[in-house]
Design a protein around this ligand. Structure first.
Ligand SMILES: Cc1cc2nc3c(=O)[nH]c(=O)nc-3n(C[C@H](O)[C@H](O)[C@H](O)COP(=O)(O)OP(=O)(O)OC[C@H]3O[C@@H](n4cnc5c(N)ncnc54)[C@H](O)[C@@H]3O)c2cc1C
Length: 464
């Protein structure tokens, strides 16, 4: 079948957000209010910050403002791979913070466990499945790289199970798989929107006041705290935490550190028992292939396959726009690659096709700091791995606002910043050259050209 035809009924909207459990948006803020802590942004970053602030001190008056609806952005439309890694994967962590990677991995593992414990504590049903993730090789050089990683992780308190082609295909069967490594403990699958909505309800139950359709337009110092202007009111807050991700930061100097990179995904119809049996996948793991331009794929609770990644699109000028959420040429490529991976699923159709913006920074893992003399904290730059790490970023923001030195704020990863992106048009040219080089490396046995080697030496990169 022509793989494009499988897209003919695909709805141009994120599968996860169409759920009947989607809550009503809460009313906007009208008039003035004051609070101890104002959280800006109703994605995971903001929700975790509000919830943990209440857990640390139930007497704190916490307000959260969200410009549209809680969970509508990246947090409600991602792949749902919730990873322990705080460094956008082990390899990136090893390259940048070898001296503290064992500690970062320990804290990341504790963070993942804390997410699982929170879901249990508040009775949040987010289809959480602690299945782990298998990174697969589809080219011989990727197999070597995966084996190197599997050998290296043991020194950092991690354990990966190496699978040869037969063992891998006994788990999940694709003729393109040459082998893989399975991280059994470090990744869970989750329904991303249900996670956001569940955190929203937990916040409300703890007394957080949430205002939706309430964009924070401007920050200004006010007495010993901050004043934040919204469309119909103002919030006077002792402290402010910004969980605004890829959207223009209210602290202007943060903006050059983050660019929006659009990532796209397809969802199939539910597989029949026979179709599922043709792949196996009884362990229901998340999977990712190991190219620079990689795919990620997983099962939903009702046995659909989410198939995403590959293209990572930066639009000249770096704006976040709804029209970028749909990209037919990427959907065609994703569909063709899907049927190449799983030819036994010929005839399966896609029901949903969508995209979303990722807050890419040049080191691929979040950075944190304060502004306005310690009254405002921010965390951004999670790149494509923020489902789990945003909870950690929330803890860091609260540590910073409290002025506390903790096991988190002691880390070099937390204290340092990435290099910023240059302004346009150099930014666009640099990103395009990097993407072209990464694509070439994928077609060329993984060999990196002079440009990529120079970027590696400078600690600069581009990823999703
Ligand atoms: C297609 C896609 C797939 C992904 N897959 C994965 C994955 O499988 N695993 C993984 O770990 N990560 C993945 N990610 C990344 C992950 O989704 C994000 O890192 C994470 O959701 C970031 O959460 P957040 O709260 O920081 O941002 P968001 O969810 O973007 O929330 C930010 C919120 O702030 C609000 N806001 C912004 N400015 C203002 C303002 N001035 N006033 C009021 N509100 C404001 C926005 O409306 C938005 O709701 C993916 C991302 C995308 C787009």
């Amino acid at each position: 079948m022509d793989s494009a035809r499988a897209l003919s009924d695909a709805r141009p909207t994120p599968f996860w957000l169409e759920d009947p459990g989607r809550p009503q948006a809460l009313p906007a803020l009208v008039g003035d209010t004051s609070c101890d802590l104002l959280v800006v942004g109703g994605g995971y970053s903001g929700l975790w910050t509000a919830l943990i602030a209440k857990e640390r001190d139930p007497s704190l008056d916490v307000v959260l403002v969200e410009g549209q609806e809680v969970g509508w952005a990246a947090s409600g439309r991602n792949g749902g791979f919730c990873a322990a890694s705080l460094t956008h994967g082990f390899g990136n962590g090893l390259q940048r913070w070898p001296g503290e990677l064992a500690e970062l991995e320990r804290q990341g593992t504790a963070n993942l466990q804390a997410i699982e414990d929170t879901l249990k504590r508040y009775g949040i049903d987010a289809e959480w499945e602690r299945t782990g993730e298998i990174d697969v090789a589809t080219q011989p050089h990727q197999l070597e790289e995966l084996h190197e990683v599997a050998a290296a992780v043991a020194d950092y308190g991690l354990d990966l199970t190496v699978l040869d082609a037969d063992a891998l295909r006994a788990e999940v069967d694709s003729p393109t798989f040459l082998g893989g490594v399975w991280d059994k403990e470090g990744v869970a699958m989750v329904h991303p929107a249900k996670l956001a909505w569940g955190l929203k309800q937990a916040c409300l139950d703890q007394g957080v006041r949430i205002f939706e359709r309430t964009t924070a337009a401007e920050l200004a110092e006010h007495g010993t705290g901050m004043a934040v202007r919204t469309a119909y009111g103002r919030v006077f807050a002792r402290r402010v935490a910004l969980g605004t991700n890829v959207f223009p930061s209210l602290v202007k100097r943060v903006r050059p550190f983050v660019v929006p990179v659009y990532d796209y995904a397809l969802m199939t119809e539910p597989l029949s028992a026979g179709q599922l049996a043709s792949i196996g996948w009884r362990g229901r793991q998340g999977l990712g292939d190991s190219a620079n331009k990689f795919h990620y794929f997983r099962l939903s609770a009702d046995n659909r396959i989410l198939w995403g990644g590959y293209d990572a699109i930066y639009q000249y000028g770096g704006r976040v726009r709804q029209e970028y959420d749909q990209r037919p040429e990427t959907f065609r490529t994703l569909s063709a690659n899907f049927f190449r991976c799983f030819p036994q699923l010929e005839g399966v159709r896609f029901t949903h096709a969508w995209g979303g913006a990722i807050d890419t920074c040049t080191r691929f893992s979040a950075f944190f700091d304060t502004a306005y003399r310690g009254r405002v904290a921010y965390a951004a730059g999670y790149t494509g791995l923020g489902v789990g790490a945003t909870r950690y970023g929330a803890e860091v923001m609260l540590d910073l606002l409290a002025g506390e030195r903790t096991e988190r704020t002691a880390l070099e990863m937390v204290r340092s910043k990435p290099l910023p992106f240059p302004p346009e048009p150099v930014r666009w040219a640099g990103i395009e050259l990097t993407k072209w080089s990464l694509d070439r490396a994928d077609r060329n046995g993984g060999r990196r050209n002079l440009w990529l080697k120079t970027m590696d030496r400078l600690g600069l990169g581009f990823d999703s």
